[in-house]
Design a protein around this ligand. Structure first.
Ligand code: 0X9
Ligand code: ZN
Length: 425
């Protein structure tokens, strides 16, 4: 999601704040509609008109072309009266959330058996994701281990899976993935799971898979923000931040992707308002989640080094190279980064036509400070540190609530891309 004007989201934030549910009560979003409004030359005018409605929620700030906005039932009439050039992307957001939330029960695989591919036919409860990772590790016992990168603010383990090849555990540079930094971006965990699944099942049967796992150690953390993910399942599907509370503040949550201890002190690219969706925290790295994850990242950098880091997010279909903190700074190997990223886009597109916009994170999307990829680039010295924004893209008719039928295609296209990238980088 592009967040080009952080202040536009303040209205969204207060709208969310107004619906803070009581303990255990779930926001249904029944009757809420979501619209994609064409902006183009009228970007400022469109935003100012939408801002006259009090309880809309801006999904994106990718507003150069369109603004995606969620409108509660009581404001639909007023929205229509604004006369904006728009299409409906969720006729009834509540119904779409219910359809998506109809999780298939996960039957834990028999001892040492690979879980069924049907895992990718549905979203799942957090506890099932944990079991699934235990099962996939057990199916690849000589070449994998679960690890812990720390603990969330509510005490959940920030677990990951480490996969290695013929050189043995920890002998090669790292390919390092993060999923679910933002709670509502459910497709990101599914995609890193799909890649994990393909690595585990392909190692003994596919020479191309064996080659990449023999060359790199993979460290995959599917839920950097487990508390937020659970909250997005139990209470508010559109939750983004972690679930950290702070003294003297009623709003909950810090944006983990604005809290990394690098360029955090800059002012353009995060919010100091604890109620904002991009709240950066009170001090660099003061989220519970990053305390562990930063240390884990340091251990990889100090070990065999980090070749590739990808922070998997949704949505909009972007491949974003450094930097977020500056729209003019470029990493030393920028030309190589862009060449690889453009080729990655081509490989992904060959699977089923999905196109990604490729470019520098700030110049292509918007500025971010304290974001993971800048830290991984300049502090951890990762050769490539990118953000990939998954489906849907700009032409699709949905936002964070991506239909289950798109889980598998999302995984397949990203896997084909990763197989090519990792073999050729
Ligand atoms: O804002 C973010 O953290 C990421 N987008 S999302 O919609 N998933 O929240 C984008 C991070 C990439 N960095 C920059 N655009 N600078
Ligand atoms: Zn995100």
């Amino acid at each position: 999601m592009k967040l080009s004007a952080f202040f536009a989201i303040l209205s969204a934030t207060s709208a969310l704040g107004a619906r803070v549910p009581g303990a255990n009560s779930k926001i249904t979003y029944d009757g809420y509609k979501a619209f994609r409004i064409h902006t183009g030359e009228n970007e400022a005018l469109v935003k100012s008109k939408v801002a006259t409605l009090k309880e809309t929620i801006n999904f994106n700030m990718d507003t150069a072309e369109h603004l995606d906005v969620v409108v509660p039932p009581k404001e639909v009439e007023a929205f229509v009266a604004l006369g904006l050039d728009s299409v409906v992307i969720h006729e009834d957001l509540g119904a779409d959330i219910r359809a998506e939330g109809d999780f298939a029960p996960y039957e834990s695989a028999a001892s040492a058996a690979v879980p069924s591919i049907t895992w990718f036919n549905s979203y799942h409860a957090y506890a099932d994701h944990v079991t699934w990772f235990r099962d996939i590790q057990a199916a690849f016992p000589g070449n994998s281990a679960l690890f812990s990168a720390g603990t969330s603010v509510q005490g959940r383990d920030i677990f990951g899976i480490h996969l290695w090849g013929s050189g043995g555990k920890g002998s090669k540079p790292a390919v390092y993935f993060h999923g679910t930094v933002h709670a509502r971006e459910w497709i990101s965990a599914k995609v890193v799971e799909y890649i994990t699944y393909q690595l585990v099942t392909g190692y003994s049967t596919d020479s191309a898979v064996k080659a990449i796992l023999d060359k790199y150690d993979f460290y995959i953390i599917p839920f950097v923000n487990p508390d937020g993910f659970v909250y997005s399942q139990t209470t508010n599907r559109l939750w983004r931040k972690n679930r950290q509370t702070r003294s003297g503040v009623s709003c909950v949550g810090t944006d983990i992707n604005r809290n990394w201890p690098y360029k955090w002190e800059l002012t353009n690219g995060a919010s100091t308002d604890p109620c904002a969706e991009t709240y950066k925290g009170r001090a660099a790295g003061d989220t519970a989640e990053l305390q562990g994850v930063v240390n884990f990242t340091k251990s990889l950098a100090a070990g065999k080094g980090i070749k590739l880091y990808i922070d998997w997010h949704s949505y909009g279909n972007y491949i974003l190279t450094p930097y977020g903190y500056s729209c003019s700074a470029r990493p030393a190997n920028n030309a190589r980064q862009l060449e690889l990223a453009r080729n990655l886009n081509t490989k992904i597109q060959a699977v089923s036509g999905t196109r990604h916009t490729v470019g520098g994170a700030c110049s292509t999307l918007y500025a971010t400070i304290g974001d993971s990829t800048d830290y991984l680039t300049d502090v951890s010295k990762a050769e490539f540190a990118w953000t990939i924004e998954l489906r849907p893209g700009s032409s699709a008719s949905n936002g964070f609530v991506l239909p289950v039928a798109q889980i598998l295609p999302s995984g397949q296209e990203q896997w084909e891309g990763m197989k090519w990238l990792i073999a050729n980088m």
